[in-house]
Design a protein around this ligand. Structure first.
Ligand SMILES: Cc1ncc(COP(=O)(O)O)c(C=O)c1O
Length: 386
């Protein structure tokens, strides 16, 4: 099915709602029945027809179909946040005594779940440099049940050979999860490369308007049914029907937004690469990126976020650069209409800053939908302050 069919029509049965072009927000927590017999039947199908919104809601169901189709999976679940989707995927794969392999520097709360929380349940994690396939092989233990990938990760943009890791994992009966928030299914398709479960922070590109926090988990019907009846229903971290509706609206323009963001990023990156106040740019589609060939092989385009190392050791100068920007907002996250900067310097003096991992002159930049020339001019003026 082509992308425009998925974004504009899939899952939308307009005959059911007065031929309205846009589906309604089914803002109801419960759905009623005409008889006890009907109710009994409804309860048997709680996960596939409306009964109680924690399990099934018609507005959310449209979103599920679209996201599964985009990602090329049999089914999908929508969560109240990306972190809820990550947690459900991980927790569904391990039990006490199991071992996990995770790439270095994943999203911070994924790291906390694995290394601070699951250790309480006797699940141990080995963090590895995921740029080398042999590191996965070396880290496998007899009790390894899960390999967690995030390709690329979102501060230093290191990749993993997704197909290679999945081949290895399958041969050892190990489950694989890949966080695909950065690329979206439009630029990278981990399921086609062999991954068992794909997770997203839908708060980023998928929703795309910085007004919803949501998460997605895509997998086979068998896995989704199992997670539905366990982590999904017991923890209950569901998206509200209204947020699902906003996401449906955001998705209509997904292809336009991610392509615009990616194309503008190419121009901005080229400018920064040649700027004397920039020591280094981290973006996988740069020809001298150490994993450029792999990036080209497994991603059809590269997302609109990258990092720069500024040519300064002084935190004051990093702050001055960021504070001078007029067209970029200082904020976390990415994937919305607006360009953003997130300086590692903002973590300085906070419990989240581990000085061994990311240098203070590293600034993460997201390119939104603005005119790239305007953004370049703004960056140029701010760099002049260093
Ligand atoms: C790569 C990645 N995965 C997962 C998450 C968690 O998503 P959420 O903020 O929607 O819970 C984030 C959030 O920034 C992220 O950057």
């Amino acid at each position: 099915m082509d992308i425009s069919e998925i974004l504009n029509h899939l899952g939308e049965d307009r005959e059911k709602y007065f031929k309205a072009v846009t589906p309604p927000v089914m803002q109801s927590s419960i759905f009623c029945f005409n008889s006890v017999a009907e109710m009994r039947e409804g309860l048997k199908k709680e996960f596939v027809t409306p009964f109680y919104t924690r399990g099934h809601n018609p507005t959310v169901a449209i979103l599920r179909q679209k996201l599964a189709a985009l990602e090329g999976s049999e089914d999908a679940l929508i969560f109240a946040s990306g972190s809820a989707a990550v947690a459900a995927a991980i927790m569904s794969s391990v039990k006490s005594g199991d071992h996990v392999i995770c790439i270095e520097k994943p999203y911070s709360w994924t790291n906390k779940l694995l290394n601070n929380y699951l250790v309480n349940y006797n699940v141990k994690t080995t963090m590895i440099d995921g740029t080398k396939l042999e590191n996965f092989e070396k880290a496998i233990q007899s009790n390894t049940k899960l390999i967690y990938l995030e390709s690329p990760n979102s501060h230093t943009f290191e990749l993993q050979d997704i197909a290679g890791v999945c081949k290895l994992a399958k041969s050892k009966n190990i489950t694989t999860i890949c966080d695909n928030s950065y690329s979206t299914p439009l630029f990278q398709q981990p399921i086609a490369l062999g991954v068992d479960m794909v997770v997203h922070s839908a708060s980023k590109y998928l929703n795309g308007h910085s007004d919803v926090v949501a998460g997605v988990l895509c997998a086979s019907k068998e896995r989704i049914n199992k997670i539905f009846a366990s982590e999904f229903m017991t923890i209950g971290g569901i998206i509200s029907p209204h947020d699902a509706w906003l996401m449906l609206r955001g998705l209509r323009t997904l292809h336009l937004r991610v392509n615009r963001s990616a194309e503008s990023t190419e121009k901005v990156v080229e400018f920064l690469e040649n700027h004397p106040k920039v020591e280094k740019v981290f973006w996988p589609f740069l020809k001298h990126h150490p994993q450029y060939e792999l990036a080209k092989k497994q991603m059809c385009k590269c997302g609109g976020m990258f990092s720069v190392l500024l040519e300064t050791e002084k935190i004051e100068e990093v702050e001055q650069f960021c504070d001078s920007l007029k067209r970029f907002l200082l904020a976390c996250s990415w994937g919305g209409h607006e360009s953003l900067v997130f300086p590692i310097a903002a973590l300085y003096d906070s419990q989240n800053y581990d000085n061994s991992e990311l240098p203070l002159n590293l600034v993460r930049i997201y390119i939104g939908l603005e005119d790239p020339e305007v953004l370049i001019e703004d960056l140029s003026n701010a760099l002049a302050t260093i």
